[in-house]
Ligand binder design. Structure first.
Ligand SMILES: Nc1ncnc2c1ncn2[C@@H]1O[C@H](COP(=O)(O)OP(=O)(O)OP(=O)(O)O)[C@@H](O)[C@H]1O
Length: 246
């Protein structure tokens, strides 16, 4: 098992409050990881640090075989290294079709507009169809993204990230607001995506995490409280105390 991302002793303080407190954790180059923790545990701040949005006061974020330190790099640079982030709310282009959304994502979004609007090549079309199949929207390619259900929009956005072929996909609360059937589809989608890359899911919903059937890291007060299978961490007295608020 090779390590893709290693967070090494990072800390960050906001107005005297330690949101991340000497946090260390490692993510393997393939497979799923769930990160859970009560409100304020530091999950969002962790993602902000890894993606370059927030700079830690201390510590390193090491990437890839060479162990390149991401701290201090711009968000755009980190994204180009292969780190994709899916925020909670879908941000698809509502007026464009599913195919057009995927097509724009296939091309580098930092390209000039005229290239984004350039005609699709045959290879692009094949790739767009393959991604649509992967995310379960093959039958919806010509629909406007704005007409999709909430769950379908989330899948489209995951597809747009997959189009960029990230090495690590960070996904923030994918199950929020989804129906049971949509959740099942999302679990399958994330599991499939994790066969060839690292996928880190930050999630509150324990039932969803159980379905992911993966290693779980519990954060609390900005550090790792427990790690292992969901059964292992939920049997941990420290985790029980934190979740019951004792
Ligand atoms: N920019 C900021 N300025 C001040 N305090 C912040 C800032 N960002 C986060 N915090 C604080 O840091 C702590 C960790 O927040 P964070 O959002 O990372 O937690 P979380 O685990 O994602 O919580 P939730 O599950 O509620 O989203 C919280 O107490 C939060 O209020």
């Amino acid at each position: 098992m090779t390590t893709l991302l290693e967070v090494d002793s990072i800390s960050v303080t906001f107005d005297g409050f330690k949101a991340i407190n000497d946090l260390s954790l490692a993510i393997a180059s393939t497979g799923l990881r769930a990160i859970i923790g009560p409100n304020g545990a530091g999950k969002t701040t962790f993602m902000d640090i890894v993606t370059g949005k927030t700079r830690p006061d201390r510590g390193r974020v090491l990437w890839g075989e060479g162990g390149m330190n991401l701290v201090g790099l711009s968000e755009a640079r980190i994204a180009r290294l292969g780190l994709g982030r899916k925020f909670q709310r879908p941000t698809v282009f509502e007026a464009q079709s599913v195919a057009e959304n995927l097509d724009m994502a296939l091309k580098n979004p930092r390209q000039p507009l005229r290239l984004l609007l350039a005609r699709r090549t045959a290879a692009d079309r094949v790739r767009v169809e393959a991604i649509a199949e992967e995310i379960g929207l093959r039958a919806h390619l010509t629909r406007r993204a704005g007409e999709l259900s909430h769950g379908q929009k989330q899948w489209l956005e995951i597809g747009m990230l997959l189009a960029q072929d990230p090495k690590l996909l960070l996904v923030d609360e994918p199950a929020a607001g989804m129906t049971v059937a949509e959740r099942e589809h999302t679990t399958d989608l994330l599991k499939r995506a994790a066969r060839t890359r690292a996928v880190v899911v930050v999630e509150h919903d324990m039932e969803f995490v159980r379905r992911l059937d993966c290693r779980v890291t519990v954060l609390h007060e900005g550090r790792v409280l427990a790690e292992g299978s969901l059964d292992h961490v939920t049997a941990d007295p420290n985790v029980i105390d934190v979740y019951l608020g004792r």
